[in-house]
Design a protein around this ligand. Structure first.
Ligand SMILES: NC(=O)c1ccc[n+]([C@@H]2O[C@H](COP(=O)([O-])OP(=O)(O)OC[C@H]3O[C@@H](n4cnc5c(N)ncnc54)[C@H](OP(=O)(O)O)[C@@H]3O)[C@@H](O)[C@H]2O)c1
Length: 292
């Protein structure tokens, strides 16, 4: 396939570019200056002659600063809501299929079993709200859109919770970590493979969930990430004492869903192979992680 990747410099986007290349696909990942999601004029290249014809567009770009979005609502709307709309229309004009990445934060976390694709959405903050509206724009603007919701991403090429925890431990900090929110940690290397498997399977347009196969709390994830990094890199530092705390003891500008595990049943029913377990994925993440 010939693929366009938007947000190819990001944590997920860089692994999507690498996976496309690994599978021998032709990839074009223009920098933001050439394809800015907030600039509809630049999208004119997508159906046009300049860049040639694409089969698929992978949108990995987003406004991802969850707390900052509360005070930066306009920019979050531009990037997460309007941008996917412009992109979907441009893709539609060019006959390009769109895979748009979304988030578990479209849900409020009131459930206690994994969220299915058709469960009602009810975001708790600006980030989730703009991402939900962006899903709608992406689906409405191009009849060949797959919206793929994922959760709790970590990868070597960006800021993530496991990286922050490992860095804090190496800096000798005391750690207090929320132990009553549950989600599915998802490694970007594995998600990139799943996104490509999905695009290559060419399923019906619509919403899909794709996340790591195991549930965890932030506390459990912190312990596992640090333990794995220590053993992979043969570090001599003692394991830290990590204090498990409640959500109310770690106030943030945006409320997070208490439970946002995504069900992967729809993917499995298509024959898409599940992602690796948390231990194996964290090991690869730690091997690839470069801390400077
Ligand atoms: N991170 C998570 O835990 C998480 C969880 C669930 C879902 N998701 C979703 O997964 C997707 C990828 O997230 P991520 O964490 O990999 O994102 P990220 O690392 O923050 O990367 C964002 C990307 O968007 C690009 N970008 C920013 N503004 C842009 C603009 N105006 N026009 C074009 N590109 C622009 C950035 O380019 P520059 O390099 O130029 O800044 C960067 O490549 C997003 O849709 C996000 O909502 C993330």
């Amino acid at each position: 396939m010939r693929a366009l990747v938007v947000g190819g410099t990001g944590m997920l986007g860089s692994d999507v570019v690498a996976e496309l290349e690994r599978r021998g696909h032709e990839v074009f990942a223009p920098p933001r200056e050439e394809l800015d999601l907030t600039r509809p004029d630049l999208m004119a290249h997508i159906p046009g002659e300049t860049w040639g014809r694409f089969d698929w567009c992978f949108n990995c770009a987003a406004y991802t600063a969850v707390d900052k979005a509360e005070e930066d609502r306009d920019e979050a709307i531009r990037l997460n809501l309007l941008g996917p709309g412009y992109l979907a229309s441009a893709c539609s004009l060019g006959g390009v299929k769109l895979l748009h990445v979304s988030t578990d934060f479209v849900f409020d976390g009131d459930k206690s079993e994994p969220y299915e694709e058709d469960d009602p959405t009810h975001p708790l903050g600006v980030y989730g709200e703009t991402k939900r509206e962006g899903e709608r724009e992406a689906l409405a603007g191009n009849m060949n859109t797959l919206v793929v919701r994922t959760s709790w991403l970590y990868g070597p090429n960006g800021k993530s919770f496991p990286r922050t925890m490992i860095q804090a431990w190496l800096a000798g900090k005391n750690l207090r970590v929320v132990a009553d929110q549950r989600g599915s940690p998802t490694y970007t290397g594995d998600l990139a493979r799943t996104l490509l498997d999905l695009a290559e399977a060419n399923p019906m347009p619509g919403i899909y969930h794709a996340s790591g196969p195991e549930e965890s709390t932030w506390y459990e994830l912190a312990v596992k990430a640090i333990t794995t990094y220590r053993s992979v890199h043969l570090r001599a530092e003692d394991l830290p004492e990590i204090e498990p705390i409640a959500t109310e003891d770690w106030p943030t500008p945006t409320k997070r869903p208490m439970y946002s595990v995504l069900s992967n049943n729809k993917l499995t029913s298509l024959g898409i192979r599940p992602m690796r377990g948390l231990d194996e994925a964290l090991e690869e993440f730690c091997r690839r992680l470069r801390l400077d």
